[in-house]
Design a protein around this ligand. Structure first.
Ligand SMILES: Nc1ccn([C@@H]2O[C@H](COP(=O)(O)OP(=O)(O)O)[C@@H](O)[C@H]2O)c(=O)n1
Length: 407
């Protein structure tokens, strides 16, 4: 399988991009249409003759906010967003290579949460923009990715970037991805019971890659991303009263009152004036978004560490737990301690964002009561590895050339 796809690839690439040593340069353009933003990744790979995996030479990355679902009522604007981002691809990929450079867009939780016909209208618009571009658009170029693939491909990305996919590497790393709409956990269990104990559907996936089959524990929880969790905490996830109601929470500063939007809807939110405020009542509120929803793996062990990115990273930066440029290791208890501090006197000591108490409490609750991490569990908070974004997008690009089989 692998041999064939490499062969296909080499016959696909003209002599022009073959330097003297016969390594081949190729590009892939991957769009990540997330619930809170749209991002373009332009990868440049170098494929050596004797190595099964290419080397990632460079990534160009650009992102815009909000996500495409904010344009559900105006799909042409979504198309325009993508057209603007495509300029990055045109600047990065040499003109002679445009025609054979694949252009792919995968949408995640934002579009999964929209009614199917509204999501399709957005995808149709993007398909039009892709079709008029000078790049190579594969048949399945524009689609909503399923949650399992999202988790697995992020696992492939992080293990590729950290050098754990090489044949001699016995260890792998687990991943924790916290998006706006969904959250993913994926790791290679070392104990058989973790696979046996997992719920029957959608928690175990097999990945065939480089002559190895990895049996992974992996799940994507739709509606458990940080923004969707804000909605459940506020009691605003399943209501049609969102137009006029004010949603209150003890996780927000007592006197705070504002409008907040997610997925194209606007919500009026406020603290509990004169009511309970702080970590304890807040924890009880966010627990509603976790209890009975998140499955605890039998053993949270991947033989290595867990890499945590996306909103885990952003909120750790906001909380002052890590440096925004370098990231670092944080224990679950650090999130809890900071959540307590931020929530304790929001009125006297207002946090930079009114949602910081809620978000940090949710992250603590998700890690502890949700996945069952110990207080002492250490997470490797990462935004980039060797200057490349920690995201499923790289795994999705590798998938195009190596036909990773996920089943
Ligand atoms: N390449 C990327 C993609 C997302 N992110 C972060 O991931 C979070 C949002 O995830 P998302 O909007 O894709 O959410 P979902 O639609 O996947 O639930 C934000 O914190 C982004 O800044 C990132 O840092 N780098």
């Amino acid at each position: 399988q692998l041999g064939r796809s490499l062969l296909d690839l080499s016959s696909f690439l003209p002599a022009l991009s073959r330097p003297a040593n016969h390594s081949r340069i190729f590009h892939a353009v991957m769009f990540d249409a997330g619930s809170t933003g749209t991002r373009i990744h332009v990868y440049t790979f170098i494929q050596g003759d004797s190595e099964p995996l290419p080397v990632l030479d460079n990534e160009m990355f650009h992102s815009v906010k909000p996500g495409l679902s904010a344009y559900a009522d105006a799909p042409e604007v979504a198309g325009h967003t993508v057209r603007m981002l495509l300029k990055v691809a045109k600047k990065t990929v040499p003109r002679v290579d445009w025609k054979r450079t694949p252009l792919v867009l995968r949408a995640t939780a934002g579009l999964r949460l929209l009614p199917a016909e509204r999501a399709q209208a957005l995808l149709d618009q993007i398909q039009l923009v892709f079709d008029e571009s000078p790049f190579f658009v594969p048949d399945d170029g524009v689609s909503i990715m399923n949650g399992t693939d999202e988790g697995i491909l992020a696992w492939v990305s992080l293990n590729f970037l950290t050098g754990h996919l090489k044949a001699q590497s016995k260890k792998t790393v687990g991943i924790l991805d916290l998006g706006g709409g969904s959250t993913q956990i994926t790791f290679l269990p070392t104990v058989r019971k973790t696979i046996e104990d997992a719920p029957a559907a959608d928690f175990v996936a097999r990945l065939d890659f480089l002559n190895t089959t990895f049996e992974l524990y992996s799940h994507s929880y739709l509606g458990s991303g940080i923004m969707a969790a804000r909605l459940s905490t506020l009691g605003a996830l399943t209501t049609d009263e969102s137009e006029w109601r004010v949603f209150r929470s003890s996780c927000l500063p007592g006197k705070f009152r504002d409008e907040w939007s997610f997925g194209g809807l606007v919500y009026r939110v406020s603290g509990e004036p004169g009511g309970p405020e702080g970590y304890k009542p807040c924890y009880q509120e966010v627990l509603k978004a976790v209890k009975g929803i998140i499955h605890q793996p039998y053993q949270l062990e991947s033989g290595g560490v867990f890499y945590a990115f996306s909103y885990y990273y952003d909120r750790a930066v906001d909380a002052g737990l890590i440096d925004g440029l370098t990231g670092g290791t944080v224990q679950v208890r650090d999130f809890r301690k900071r959540a307590k501090e931020v929530c304790s006197d929001m009125t006297k000591n207002p946090p930079a964002s009114p949602f910081l108490c809620m978000d940090l409490t949710y992250i603590t609750c998700l890690l502890k009561d949700g996945f069952g991490f110990k207080d002492s569990a250490a997470l490797q908070l990462t935004k980039k590895v060797n200057n490349v974004e920690a995201s499923w997008a790289l795994g999705a690009a590798l998938d195009r050339f190596h036909e990773l089989k996920i089943h």
